[in-house]
Write a protein that binds this ligand. Structure first.
Ligand SMILES: Cc1ncc(COP(=O)(O)O)c(C=O)c1O
Length: 302
């Protein structure tokens, strides 16, 4: 099993936080496991249990070529004794990037499908063809974002006994955020920071996971101003922020998810968005495995 007590709650000190009379806590979900890290473990936990209960020997899932999720499934399969198949969006390259290389080293069978078919992977014709090709398998959706994934993310709250007014996390599909909001103590407001351009579209699925109509909800907001041009896009300011954060706080953020979350949070603090005395919980959802591939791909260091 994964020792969930390693995901410590840590108070983060910063002059901007103190000046504004706030408290900022970070749930270090990145410490859960080097590869089945952060929200990946939370989203996989009950899916793995369901696969075991259903007597499946193989997991089949989907992801982009730098996907944190694909690596987490490969590592979880290796750790818990499942065969794994990773269906990768796009064409194969002669050399595997660090993420796919590690997936392969962990025993994952990689299978590439073109982008059009990939977009249709939820259709029975597409996934049944994959199951025919690779044999019976427990299907995990991209990112592990299904109701079992949301259920696992509710458990991020375990062990948190300090009062929290605002809980914040990065949103890709919004499943992690839905779990956090669903299990939040009464009166806590959710702030989801969308990391992709059309972040507004996440309101529907988040509302569905929460079983509520998002247009009338009062307990959460989606912040869409910090995508930096879109999914996995970046600006020099974002990279400077990642470097400064690491040297000030002693732990890393990734450029795709948690970097955008913390950049956005600090920007909101500077703009005076939180009243004095507010206690904020930011969830570090991991993703650090992706840094090497991101730096290599864009020839960057920070
Ligand atoms: C590190 C990291 N943080 C946050 C997210 C966003 O999670 P979700 O898709 O549940 O919104 C992801 C993607 O799964 C991720 O890899």
């Amino acid at each position: 099993m994964i020792d969930e007590s390693t995901a410590q709650l840590q108070e983060l000190f910063h002059p901007e936080i103190e000046k504004n009379g706030l408290q900022l806590w970070v749930k270090r979900e990145d410490l859960l496991h080097p590869e089945i890290s952060g929200n990946k473990w939370r989203k996989l936990k009950y899916n793995l249990k369901a696969a075991r209960t259903g007597n499946y020997q193989r997991l089949l899932t989907f992801g982009g070529a730098f996907s944190n999720h694909l690596l987490a499934v490969a590592a979880a399969g290796n750790h818990f004794g499942f065969d794994t198949v990773g269906v990768v969006r796009g064409e194969a390259h002669a050399t595997l990037n660090p993420t796919l290389q590690r997936c392969s080293d962990l025993g994952m069978q990689l299978h590439y499908i073109d982008r059009t078919t990939y977009r249709q992977k939820h259709l029975p014709a597409v996934y049944t063809a994959l199951l025919d090709a690779f044999g019976p398998a427990y299907l995990i959706p991209e990112g592990g974002s299904n109701s079992l994934g949301v259920a696992g993310c509710r458990e991020v709250w375990e062990g948190i006994s300090v009062p929290i007014d605002v809980v914040a996390c990065a949103c890709g599909t919004g499943a992690t955020f839905a779990g956090l909001v669903d299990a939040a103590p009464a009166g806590t407001r959710g702030w989801g920071f969308a990391v992709l351009k059309q972040g507004e579209h996440l309101k529907g699925p988040i509302g569905q996971w929460l079983g509520e109509d998002w247009s009338t909800t009062a307990s959460w907001d989606l912040i869409t101003d910090y995508h930096f041009g879109g999914y996995a896009r970046y600006t020099p300011e974002l990279l400077q922020f990642l470097a400064a954060f690491k040297s000030q706080q002693g732990f890393a953020l990734d450029p795709v998810y948690t970097g955008k979350l913390f950049y956005g949070l600090f920007d909101q603090v500077r703009q005076g968005a939180f009243r004095r005395g507010t206690s904020i919980l930011a969830v570090h959802t991991g993703g650090l495995q992706g840094i090497a591939g991101f730096q290599k791909r864009h020839q960057l260091t920070w």
